[in-house]
Ligand binder design. Structure first.
Ligand SMILES: NC(=O)c1ccc[n+]([C@@H]2O[C@H](COP(=O)([O-])OP(=O)(O)OC[C@H]3O[C@@H](n4cnc5c(N)ncnc54)[C@H](O)[C@@H]3O)[C@@H](O)[C@H]2O)c1
Length: 419
């Protein structure tokens, strides 16, 4: 066989920013780093995830914008919260969240408690002058979310609703591509968040299945994340048509009065149409949050279980005219969002790291007095996601298409798009 001459083309320019192989160990702090006292409500799933993030911020993002000082942690069971304090490194613990609010050593109040405990502690902490981060959904209903947003906003503190998936590098890259107009005019958003953990009828009724505590079921728990991403990436949702189901009503421990699953067809103010789906009854789906966006110039797709990847289809890309199709972009280059703090490219990060990026962003906004939006979800974003949730529930009840209410207050500008 004859030797084929290879054409390799020009060598691409070196990235302007490098990380990992060449910069590992090169970080320098210089000046004294100011501390910020953190008080956290909840020590279980999110309490652990947020505490882990504060600890990582302190050494991975060197120099951190502020040095998180873990002052106090609160939970219901004294022995368990004492152990959590020892394990995560908090100086003290309490079973009464009001003590966190009164504690002058705390400047940032982190609410990682169930949804019925979002409003009162978060508002009280902000009124005591503490910056606040609150888990999603912000409130159990749009009215409750609105009240939290308005009352906290009045205090002038920084506020963030913990929609952490905005801080996955591949999701931020998607937003950057959309903002740059690389997908053109947007036609479709198709998002779903599927889990399997309550499929067993013998699984007991936990707080997430109780409307008084949770507000709604799969909708507020999982669907709210998808709704937030739809708003972050494509823009405001103007109307919805929804259906909900509760497949298993009677469980050990009581009657389920929230949705097990939700399906919605949504219309965006900018003209796109889409679907949003959430369920905790999808056997085999562990944490299956996916979205696809189709525009006039291309498409992108994301899967949370493969979170370092972005699927990209840009028709007519050259070279490679004869090999068109979706391609997998490994989002781990030094120039990709958030990678400056991590490892050499291809040495992957995971679910927990989005919380490091998210809380680092909040600390930066506090330290430099910058806006939390548009990349961080503010309490306004928390409220607007709640309005979409409420509209879906209204539509499921009425059987009609329902407009999404947008009460008072200037909205975050949607990302500008050129076609
Ligand atoms: N952003 C995400 O990816 C994500 C994931 C899971 C949960 N969440 C949200 O985080 C919040 C917490 O969920 P979770 O999964 O960590 O719940 P969880 O049940 O694992 O933990 C709840 C914690 O709150 C504490 N708590 C409950 N009632 C209390 C009271 N009266 N006083 C003091 N402490 C009390 C419990 O002791 C426990 O430590 C919810 O709003 C949920 O929707 C967000």
């Amino acid at each position: 066989m004859g030797k084929r001459k290879q054409s390799i083309g020009p060598i691409p320019p070196a990235p302007s920013r490098q990380a990992g192989f060449v910069t590992m160990g090169a970080a320098a702090g210089g000046k004294k780093i100011k501390e910020i006292g953190v008080g956290i409500l909840g020590y279980a799933f999110m309490g652990k995830a947020h505490s882990n993030a504060y600890r990582k911020i302190a050494y991975m993002t060197w120099p951190p914008p502020l040095m998180p000082k873990l002052v106090a942690i609160c939970g219901r069971s004294e022995s368990a919260v004492a152990e959590a304090a020892r394990r995560f490194g908090y100086q003290s613990y309490t079973t009464d969240w009001k003590r966190l609010v009164r504690d002058d050593r705390i400047q940032l109040f982190d609410n990682a408690a169930p949804n019925n405990l979002h409003a009162a502690p978060t508002i009280a902490a902000a009124e005591a002058g503490k910056h606040v981060v609150c888990e999603k959904p912000l409130g159990r209903t749009a009215d409750e979310s609105y009240d939290i947003w308005q009352r906290v906003q009045k205090t002038g503190v920084k506020h963030m609703c913990a929609f952490n998936y905005r801080f996955v590098p591949a999701v931020r890259l998607a937003r950057e591509m959309l903002e740059a107009g690389e997908l053109g005019e947007i036609y479709h958003f198709r998002g779903r968040y599927l889990q399997e953990w309550i499929t067993d009828p013998g699984f007991q009724k936990v707080w997430r299945l109780d409307r008084k505590v949770a507000g709604s079921g799969a909708l507020g728990d999982l669907g709210a994340h998808v709704i937030d991403l739809a708003r972050y990436l494509v823009g405001e949702i103007s109307s919805v048509s929804g259906a909900t189901r509760t497949f298993i009503k009677d469980r050990p421990g009581g009657t389920v009065d929230v949705d097990d699953a939700v399906e919605a067809v949504v219309e965006f103010a900018g003209g796109a149409v889409g679907t949003i789906e959430a369920s905790r009854f999808c056997l085999g789906r562990k944490n299956g949050m996916t979205f696809e966006i189709n525009g006039s110039k291309g498409s992108i797709g994301f899967d949370l279980e493969r979170l370092n990847e972005l699927q990209v289809y840009l028709p007519g890309s050259k070279p490679g005219a004869s090999a068109q199709g979706f391609r997998t972009v490994l989002v781990s280059e030094a120039t990709h969002p958030f990678w400056q703090w991590w490892w050499p490219h291809g040495h992957m990060i995971g679910w927990e790291h989005a919380m490091v990026h998210e809380l680092h962003h909040l600390l930066t906004c506090i330290a430099k007095n910058k806006r939390v939006g548009p990349h961080g979800a503010t309490f306004e974003d928390g409220y607007r996601a709640s309005e979409v949730c409420d509209a879906i529930l209204r539509s499921a009840r009425s059987g009609r298409r329902e407009a999404v209410k947008q009460s008072l207050g200037p909205n975050q500008p949607a990302p500008a798009r050129s076609s």
